[in-house]
Ligand binder design. Structure first.
Ligand SMILES: NC(=O)c1ccc[n+]([C@@H]2O[C@H](COP(=O)([O-])OP(=O)(O)OC[C@H]3O[C@@H](n4cnc5c(N)ncnc54)[C@H](OP(=O)(O)O)[C@@H]3O)[C@@H](O)[C@H]2O)c1
Length: 323
């Protein structure tokens, strides 16, 4: 089968497009013909082996994962002997980050317990854009952030995958939401429902004096004290990503600040696939729909990962693997 092969760390042009053996599912796995896959920060990090912490888990000198790609949608072509919840022909989607990646290929074997049925009113391309970003948004805003109607909310880095899905989840609560990103993404953000937008290259939202009940950050790059100052009394700041130094600082000092101020500051660690059925329900009710950049062709994956790393995408970059 066709696959994108990672043999050594480097810029995405180290990736090779080649042929590898089609995988065979074990008793508890299904074999999926991948229809679509989306690109995530995870792929950008894995391919380069950066930040360094990635190498501690996935190989110090050479990557142990040889086919990147985590978010996929596709159709089941074969099932292992002990698979009970899915059958041949089912249309599924999921995040492969908890089972060794392998999404940038024609086929992958997936344990049945991480699969969700693809919502019937959503095509494969849209479905592949949802698992990683949709769940970071859902777990950040709803599960950990405990969003309530009447609150004022800010999403930083709001024009990417997490922010463009996050705003749609929030709109079902009838809230006022501010989004921060670069100038070229602000029109899209307004069209999705952000009530006000800011260009982070011109305005530092932590310097405006405005305070929020809940802040979801995808790009933490300021001092934890600045974030604390931007929260209302009992407010919550949750980050899902950013500079390792700042994440570490929030991790260490967040609970100390909480102790003295009652404000909560924390780092969210994604629980892959947890809540994907809830995402499916929001899709079925017509409440969320991903913003798709693409779909692009399979052979473009190396340059698309570079394009993602340079932050040129709008929403989620999607690759159509099977036409
Ligand atoms: N916590 C976990 O377990 C976990 C798991 C997976 C991923 N993640 C993290 O979650 C985040 C994923 O977010 P995503 O998929 O939405 O990423 P994304 O699509 O890359 O979106 C991030 C947005 O932030 C903007 N941005 C860049 N620098 C900024 C700054 N200083 N201030 C404000 N906005 C800025 C980018 O725009 P420009 O580039 O145009 O400026 C881009 O539109 C990443 O940080 C990733 O590392 C976390």
């Amino acid at each position: 089968m066709k696959a994108i092969i990672l043999k050594e760390y480097g810029l995405p042009n180290v990736l090779e497009i080649g042929e590898v053996a089609k995988p065979i599912p074990n008793d508890k796995e299904v074999l999926v013909r991948i229809h679509s896959a989306s690109i995530n920060d995870w792929d950008w990090g894995l391919v380069r082996g950066k930040p360094f912490v990635i190498r501690l888990f996935f190989g110090l000198k050479k990557p142990k994962i040889n086919i990147p790609g985590v978010d996929v949608s596709g159709k089941i072509e074969a099932v292992g002997g002990k698979v009970s919840s899915f059958k041949i022909g089912d249309e599924i989607y999921c995040d492969l980050s908890e089972c060794g990646c392998g999404g940038f290929a024609e086929y992958v074997c997936i344990p049945e317990d991480i699969l969700s049925q693809k919502p019937s009113n959503m095509n494969y391309n849209d479905a592949s854009a949802l698992p990683h970003a949709g769940l970071l948004a859902l777990q950040g805003l709803v599960e950990k952030g405990k969003v309530k109607s009447g609150q004022s909310i800010l999403i930083n880095g709001a024009g990417g995958g997490v922010g463009t899905l996050g705003i749609q989840i929030l709109k079902s609560y009838g809230l006022k939401v501010t989004g921060v990103d670069s100038d070229e993404k602000l029109d899209l953000m307004k069209s999705l429902g952000f009530d006000s937008v800011m260009d982070y290259k011109k305005v530092d939202f932590t310097d405006t004096g405005e305070k929020y009940d809940l802040i979801l950050d995808t790009k933490s790059n300021r001092s934890v004290f600045k974030y604390a100052r931007s929260l209302k009394r009992h407010g919550t700041y949750i980050t899902v990503g950013g500079s390792m130094y700042r994440l570490f600082e929030i991790f260490l000092l967040g609970s100390l600040i909480s102790l003295f101020t009652g404000k909560k500051l924390s780092v969210l660690i994604l629980k892959p696939n947890k809540g994907l059925d809830q995402i499916s329900k929001l899709v079925e009710k017509g409440q969320i729909r991903p913003v798709v950049d693409g779909p692009y062709e399979f052979d473009k994956i190396p340059e698309l990962i570079q394009f993602f790393g340079e932050g040129k995408h709008l929403g989620k970059i999607v690759v159509e693997i099977e036409k």
